[in-house]
Ligand binder design. Structure first.
Ligand code: ZN
Length: 317
């Protein structure tokens, strides 16, 4: 039987042409280059599983733990770890894209999950904007506007600031704009259909591939925006805001100021510290928490104590 401990994870840093250095500046991560776009902070995805930092599983990945010690995570119907948490630094605009739902991912891509995702804006420069949704009213109109490259008329741009939250269901056309750092909680999927890449070319003069047929097939028309946030609730030293409760994940923003005893709300719990510091305590053990730390509380940990002055994004299935 394992000693009951939080599972701390090392981020997997991914270079991207649109990336920068804020993952080091803001979170203190060690970057492979000054074009680092993504930190996969809680990942059991085969394209970049996070490594376990502590305890008896130290040195193994979260994917190993999922495959060899499923009892840590409770009952799940699916073969694959369901969630993926990333922090993204967009130094320049990301391409405009859309993701499929589960049924399309399974039938067409032979992958277990489509991708519904959501973004908590950790940092945004003044004037920063996202693309979210489009103005087409029918599928025919969407296809025509894509074919004719009427991007300014088609795409809906929305200004964002630190602390904003965006729920992006599969089928919603979206892009993160320059100057934005987000924490993304999503289904564990890597399927992306690129719709528009601002006609950018690499240093060989080549454009990145687009996936227009798939994108047209999976895009929701007309676009729908859902407000998923509930009002924040303060109990003792914790202020909790439920950001979204969906079929795939429930995500909260927690603000801790002082010490509070907590119960895990569901199966296993994913926690990312986005501001401040403190500690998590279980029985006689205590673990230091700093900004940029990510951990999972396995399913058999029912009670724990948080102490400090910190903000966290917390999620579960
Ligand atoms: Zn996306």
């Amino acid at each position: 039987m394992y000693k009951q401990q939080p599972i701390f994870l090392e981020p997997v840093l991914q270079e991207r042409i649109w990336g920068g250095t804020k993952l080091a500046d803001v979170f203190g991560y060690e970057l492979p280059s000054d074009q680092t776009g993504e930190a996969w902070v809680i990942s059991a995805h085969q394209n970049g599983p996070s490594k376990i930092r502590n305890g008896e599983l130290a040195g193994k990945t979260l994917l190993d733990a999922w495959q060899e010690h499923r009892e840590l995570f409770g009952k799940h119907d699916n073969e694959d770890y369901p969630l993926l948490v990333k922090i993204l630094d967009a130094k320049t605009d990301l391409s405009v894209q859309v993701h499929p739902a589960d049924d399309y991912a399974q039938e067409v891509e032979n992958e277990p999950y489509g991708k519904t995702e959501c973004w908590y804006v950790v940092d945004a420069e003044p004037g920063a904007e996202i693309v979210f949704g489009h103005h087409a009213q029918t599928k025919e109109q969407l296809e025509r506007m894509i074919d004719q490259g009427e991007w300014n008329q088609l795409l809906q741009r929305i200004p964002v600031k630190k602390g904003d939250f965006v729920y992006v269901p599969s089928g919603a056309i979206h892009a993160i704009g320059a100057g934005i750092v987000i924490l993304e909680t999503q289904q564990s999927s890597d399927i992306t259909y690129r719709v528009y890449d601002y006609d950018r070319t690499d240093n060989q003069g080549k454009k990145r591939e687009l996936h227009l047929d798939s994108a047209k097939a999976v895009s929701t028309v007309p676009h729908e925006t859902t407000e998923t946030r509930e009002a924040p609730v303060t109990k003792g030293a914790k202020t909790e805001q439920k950001l979204v409760e969906s079929e795939y994940f429930t995500v909260y923003h927690w603000q801790i100021a002082g010490e509070i005893e907590l119960e895990t709300p569901a199966s296993f719990l994913q926690v990312s510290i986005i501001e401040g510091s403190g500690e998590v305590k279980l029985d006689d053990q205590s673990f230091q928490l700093n900004k940029g730390d990510n951990f999972i509380l396995p399913v058999h940990i029912k009670n724990f104590t948080l102490n400090g002055n910190l903000e966290a994004i917390v999620s579960h299935t």
